[in-house]
Design a protein around this ligand. Structure first.
Ligand SMILES: Nc1ncnc2c1ncn2[C@@H]1O[C@H](COP(=O)(O)OP(=O)(O)OP(=O)(O)O)[C@@H](O)[C@H]1O
Ligand SMILES: Nc1nc2c(c(=O)[nH]1)N[C@H]1C(S)=C(S)[C@@H](COP(=O)(O)O)O[C@H]1N2
Length: 199
């Protein structure tokens, strides 16, 4: 596969001590890849990293993905809880230039439909701005099922979406920070953009 000019670069970062050490296989990156493949119809390029729960290493990885790989969107999974080793939100805040609190608030709200412990996630969202480029960085919880739940949202027993997930707002956010257009498969996730006519 070759990256073409104009393709959006998306960074996927799985933060897990045990997956990194090989105690269990990493399911975070595959779950992120699978969901993006089902949801995004425009061309994109993926940069993937599996790293341990280490603040310095998370910051270094995020800096590389923004500055060297020029990712416009970075999704992390894992390390958002209250345990001492959970340091993804702290590293993300250190790398970001502005916080986007709505994404994290919405993820915790959606996750409460699935687990009462959703409020234990300290997940954050930030924009990391450079003079000629910017990236949106979002923390997702580490449990692989949380990836689909937060990105896609809540469906009822008939499969009808009852609470849209956060991905619905991502394409417009990327446009607003100067990144490439993302088109989506509307049966999985409708990208919401405001109407051009202000009325
Ligand atoms: N990358 C991953 N791949 C597979 N399963 C994972 C992954 N990350 C988390 N999980 C699963 O979700 C559970 C909760 O995730 P959590 O991030 O709290 O793990 P943890 O206890 O911090 O350990 P670690 O950082 O070593 O994955 C884990 O116990 C594991 O079953
Ligand atoms: N959608 C969703 N959100 C979730 C969970 C989950 O299983 N699904 N687990 C919760 C739990 S138990 C914890 S401790 C926090 C932090 O998880 P992390 O450290 O794996 O990021 O996410 C919470 N948010």
């Amino acid at each position: 596969m070759k990256k073409n000019a104009g393709d959006i670069s998306i960074g996927l970062v799985s933060v897990s001590d045990r997956a990194y050490e090989g105690s269990y296989p990493d399911l975070g990156i595959p779950a992120l890849k699978d969901w993006l493949a089902s949801a995004i119809t425009s061309p994109y390029w993926l940069e993937t990293r599996l790293i341990p729960d280490d603040k310095e290493q998370i910051e270094k990885t995020l800096h590389e993905l923004v500055d060297e790989d020029r990712c416009s969107l970075i999704l992390t999974t894992g390390g958002t809880g209250p345990a001492r080793r959970d340091q993804t939100p702290d590293a993300t805040l250190a790398v970001g230039t502005r916080e986007m609190p709505g994404f994290a608030e919405r993820m915790r709200q959606i996750s409460l439909h699935f687990v009462p412990t959703a409020i234990l996630s300290r997940q954050v969202a930030v924009i990391c701005e450079r003079p000629d480029h910017a990236a949106l960085i979002l923390n997702l919880p580490g449990r692989p099922a949380a990836i689909r739940q937060t990105l896609e949202g809540v469906r009822d027993e008939n499969g009808t979406l009852t609470e849209p997930g956060i991905f619905t707002a991502i394409p417009y956010c990327i446009e607003l920070i100067g990144g490439p257009a993302i088109e989506t498969n509307e049966t999985v996730c409708k990208a919401w953009r405001p109407a051009k006519d202000p009325s």
